[in-house]
Design a protein around this ligand. Sequence first.
Ligand SMILES: [Zn+2]
Length: 392
Amino acid sequence: MGASRPQAPLALGAPIAPKAPVFLQRCVPILLVLALIAAACTAERPTLAGDTSVPVASSTAPVDPVGVDGDRAEGAGNGFAQTTVAPADTAPPETLAGRAPQSTIEPAALPAADLPPVNQDGTVKALRTPTGVVVQVLQKLDDGYLVQTPCAIEATVSSGEELFGAHVVLDAGHGGVEPGAVGPAGTKESHVNLAIAERTQALLEEAGVVVISTRTADYRISIQARTGIANAVNPQAFVSIHHNAEPDGPFNGPGAETYYQIADDESKRLAALIYEEAVQAFSAYDIAWAGDTDAGVKFRPGSSGGDYYGILRRSNGVPATLTELAFLSNPPEEELLASQAFQQVEAEALAKAILRYLTTDDPGSGFVEPYPRTAPAGSGGGVSNCEDPAFE
Ligand SMILES: [Zn+2]
């Protein structure tokens, strides 16, 4: 992307070098040997291409008829042939099925940005409970708080860290028994979304941005609870992080997609800046990308004319975007998404875009005219059989 970037480039700390010829020459033979050993030692590693037996979201998860969750279709393989090309920084063992991304946050150096004030009126909007779960506060009580739980029921919590506002609310899609998309090698979208959200939060906080995350561990959380937190906190930006499945086919470059709220120009700018930064960062990787023919910055109307996706529709009034920056169902992209190095690259792209959104009037780029979509969103996000995590 050739967009102007008025502020100095961010000096981000992770030593990531997608194109490193010397490193390639010296280390690729060693990595290949390690990969062969790993493959030989891992009897249950699924085949990468053409695997159609990947489970979809838990059978106990209700299918939401109004498309409250993010993805069009999740969990299925894509069905077209791919050649896996692992970039030099992607160690093959990291792609093993079921491996949860580590939460190690690498230190980063971000300049303190000249940020707008946080929206707040002095009343507590959310609570970080002693177990780290973030809940919307419905009412402060004499001896605690009445809250809306992740399963969208009312409960009382006696203590926690009071949260009054934030510049940004980050939303890691899916969680718990709702993994979202599952890659051919078994990588769960819920894990990738959370790892990237955590890294994005750490990077933004380094720059002085106040961030609240809707989901802070691997538990289920309804769309109502996610948007309840966002609406209560009323941030400048609400970013729901997802990863995609079912591309139209091979794509010439990153097939990133961001959805914006139809009636909100700031949502549109937020989505376009994230798209711009993501494509610029991802283009360093020479892999067999996948995409939809209308990849880019777009919207999806519901049958009544508003936003189709519940995360965008229910947060109307708060500038929000739903990001689907890579295809977990595409083996080379799954390999990237399972690596901590690439998780950091995506987090840096998100953080840089959000900082630009907060501190400039840059319009972003990548707008496309979406083709009409009829396939329903993936299941999940509802409250049937939902079990809340422990709060204290
Ligand atoms: Zn998703």
